[in-house]
Design a protein. Structure first.
Length: 364
């Protein structure tokens, strides 16, 4: 979903570029040029930390003053599912596409007054047997313990979860299973100069405290990588090479000051690249101070958060839900990552990993 501020910035840029050829271009939307924007309005709304419902709505693209000048064209064919395997019949694909669209349009589960239930087909559900991580790993990465670490095998599979703590637990579990050469990299964390000082705050911002901070947009202080592990890039490095935030890679070589990896998807799939350390500052506004972490801009991607998975296309997805998803758009994003309806499996359990006795999923 495009943020409305990006929409308006694009309009101003095009007006400035076209004004020298058309004196009236400054009075027209996008300088009189036809501009095509693509997006999926069923996906997750803009994230506004501590924002109210009104704040989130006002940050959406259709709250922009330019929205009235747009003509909305709706696509009706799921192109990801059109590349289905020959073993999946057309009826199954159509039923899955309809189920997916009903989730995205929030037309399933009756009136949404803060909570609603979404019916999950029984064939998609995995039984909760007390060890939810082991169950979802065995379903999504069968044979991994026996050395199923080939590039194609790893690049087409991922486990999704709503929260970062569950994602970290799964990635640590998978790393322990993966037998390969490994190396642990420790970050260098410092408080930004504007927030540094003497007194009580300086005593709180100890090195141990900074090292323990975790956020979804920066790597952890301790980053253990193994040759053959899938990782996701957390920063834009080189657009021409496809090295953008969200790009997935496979580690091919580890050294002290650089990591060698292979791009697994996109126009540059198969290309070998070198990833350096970078200085990164978390964007989480809930932190009362700013700090900088110098580390490789990578995170393991056996598992990833649902929000971080936007833009990915996979053949096998395992969705682990210890708590209900926050909104229907989040469930839609998770389910729409796959190109094969038979590749989606959900494990619904509470915090104690007990079975939820209904084939439904609550949305908050």
């Amino acid at each position: 979903m495009m943020h409305k501020h990006c929409f308006e910035a694009l309009d101003r840029t095009l007006r400035d570029l076209l004004r020298f050829t058309d004196s009236n271009a400054g009075n027209r939307t996008f300088g009189g040029k036809t501009v095509v924007l693509g997006g999926d309005f069923r996906q997750i709304l803009p994230v506004i930390p501590k924002g109210t419902r009104q704040d989130i709505v006002l940050a959406s693209i259709n709250s922009s003053y330019l929205w009235d000048s747009c003509q909305v064209l709706r696509l009706t064919k799921n192109l990801k599912l059109s590349n289905k395997e020959s073993t999946v019949d057309l009826k199954t694909v159509q039923e899955f596409a309809s189920w997916l669209a009903a989730i995205g349009d929030d037309t399933m589960g009756g009136p949404n007054d803060g909570y609603s239930n979404v019916l999950i087909p029984d064939e998609m559900l995995l039984p909760a047997n007390g060890n939810d991580i082991a169950t979802i790993v065995e379903s999504t990465f069968p044979g991994f313990k026996e050395g199923g670490c080939q590039l194609k095998y790893i690049s087409n599979r991922a486990i999704l979860a709503p929260t970062l703590d569950v994602v970290n637990a799964i990635n640590e579990y998978m790393t322990d299973l993966h037998v390969a050469d490994s190396k642990t990299y420790l970050s260098c964390d410092t408080v930004c100069k504007s927030d540094a000082g003497n007194g009580i705050l300086a005593d709180m911002h100890t090195l141990e405290f900074l090292n323990g901070l975790k956020a979804s947009d920066i790597p952890n202080h301790s980053l253990t990588l193994k040759v053959g592990s899938p990782v996701m890039l957390l920063r834009n490095i080189d657009h021409s090479m496809g090295l953008c935030n969200g790009t997935r890679l496979i580690i091919t070589r580890l050294s002290d000051h650089v990591v060698e990896a292979k791009i697994v998807s996109g126009n540059n799939a198969g290309q070998i690249v070198l990833i350096p350390r970078m200085s990164m500052t978390p964007t989480d506004t809930r932190l009362p101070f700013k700090f900088q972490r110098r580390q490789f801009p990578l995170m393991l991607s056996y598992a990833m958060t649902i929000n971080k998975s936007q833009g990915q296309t996979l053949t096998h997805v395992g969705l682990l839900l210890r708590k209900p998803v926050f909104v229907h758009g989040q469930l839609y994003v998770a389910a729409s990552r796959i190109s094969n309806p038979k590749g989606l499996r959900l494990l619904i359990a509470n915090e104690d990993s007990e079975i939820v006795p209904i084939s439904s999923l609550s949305l908050r």
